[in-house]
Design a protein around this ligand. Structure first.
Ligand code: SAM
Ligand code: SF4
Length: 317
């Protein structure tokens, strides 16, 4: 079992399979060149898998594949199959912008994927284009529908930005409720690769807006950064509030970048490489780095006071 210095059980790893993306979201990488990550720097799926076996054997119970945009990397379904065959009970999930899902959802499900989080920031074509810097709305909606159709458990993620999509909070809520999909509103996390003019909307403001139309019961917090609320019809939605002190108390996760760096905390720049060990086939060496990362995991982020230097597209959010 992996327990950190603050007695938190770490049983979740988020694995970024590429930092590249076909969107240029304002809050993530609006000005990053499209081909900035050389393919030869990536760990192969086999190399990642060798490390994941160690992580699973040490108590990791949940793996989320992310990016960048994970569906940009070829053969993701084969990687999913490798993990699912090794650990059929693992909670295997994916976070995606949804753009390629229409044609891939079934393949992913058949490979062993269980759950999928899809980012949905707007229900308006033009607003989405402003946020993602690409005309993506119709494809994202098609992707959400397809993921539901093939039987994946779907959640939606929405980052609310002042003056951009903050007039859509209730619409996004009703859209998700009608589809019976849990939506989580994520506070914008300030970082140095995002558009410098952005302002987020705090979770308590999101809640106040929704409370004008609904009544909610706050649910007991589970091992998750999200706080969930149930409305008068039993529909559940979530708020993710990294600027709040309690966000980190239940943190149960570490991150692996596509280039083979383990990251103990989303906010900080610290990273520990398993790249060399994995490339040499030195699995014991990689296991030692894993122990170190757990030991060095900080108590909490510092979004209350600072802008993070860590790019979201490297860590997978
Ligand atoms: N490309 C995929 C996507 O957009 O879902 C996966 C990677 S993305 C980095 C993972 C999650 O991080 C998405 O839900 C995205 O909205 C969120 N995210 C990215 N930058 C963020 C920021 N600055 N603040 C809050 N959430 C952010
Ligand atoms: Fe791409 Fe996801 Fe970042 Fe948007 S948030 S630019 S979709 S990696």
């Amino acid at each position: 079992m992996l327990i950190d210095s603050f007695d938190r059980k770490i049983d979740y790893i988020r694995v970024s399979v590429t930092s590249r993306c076909n969107f240029r979201c304002l809050y993530c990488m609006p000005n990053t060149p499209f081909d900035w990550e050389p393919k030869e720097n990536l760990l192969s799926y086999e190399e990642m898998f060798e490390f994941l076996k160690v992580a699973i054997d040490n108590g990791i119970k949940k793996i989320r594949l992310t990016g960048g945009e994970p569906l940009i990397r070829k053969d993701l379904d084969k990687f999913i199959k490798m993990i699912a065959n090794y650990a059929p009970d693992i909670d295997l999930a994916l976070t995606t912008n949804g753009y390629f899902l229409k044609n891939t959802a079934k393949l992913l499900k058949d490979a062993g994927l269980k759950r999928i989080n899809i980012s949905l920031d707007s229900l308006k074509k033009d607003t989405y284009e402003k946020i993602a810097k690409k005309d993506v709305f119709a494809k994202v909606i098609d992707g959400i529908e397809e993921a539901q159709k093939v039987g994946l458990k779907v959640k939606l993620n929405s980052v609310i930005l002042k003056g951009i999509n903050d007039n859509e909070i209730l619409d996004l809520y009703e859209y998700s409720k009608n589809k019976n999909i849990t939506i989580r509103f994520i506070e914008y996390m300030e970082n140095n690769t995002a558009d410098s003019h952005l302002k987020g909307v705090p979770s308590d403001e999101v809640l106040k807006i929704l409370q004008k139309a609904h009544t909610f019961i706050k649910l007991e917090r589970e091992n998750s950064p999200a706080v969930y609320y149930k409305d008068e019809n039993g529909y559940i939605f979530g708020l993710i509030s990294p600027h709040d002190d309690s966000f980190c108390k239940n943190c149960n996760r570490i991150r692996l970048t596509a280039e083979g760096y383990l990251i103990p905390c989303l906010f900080f720049n610290e990273s520990y490489q398993i790249r060399e060990a994995v490339k040499k086939g030195d699995i014991k060496g990689a296991a030692k780095v894993l122990e170190q990362v757990i030991r060095e995991k900080p108590e909490k982020n510092d979004w209350q006071n600072e802008v993070s230097d860590r790019a979201f597209y490297e860590t997978g959010g």
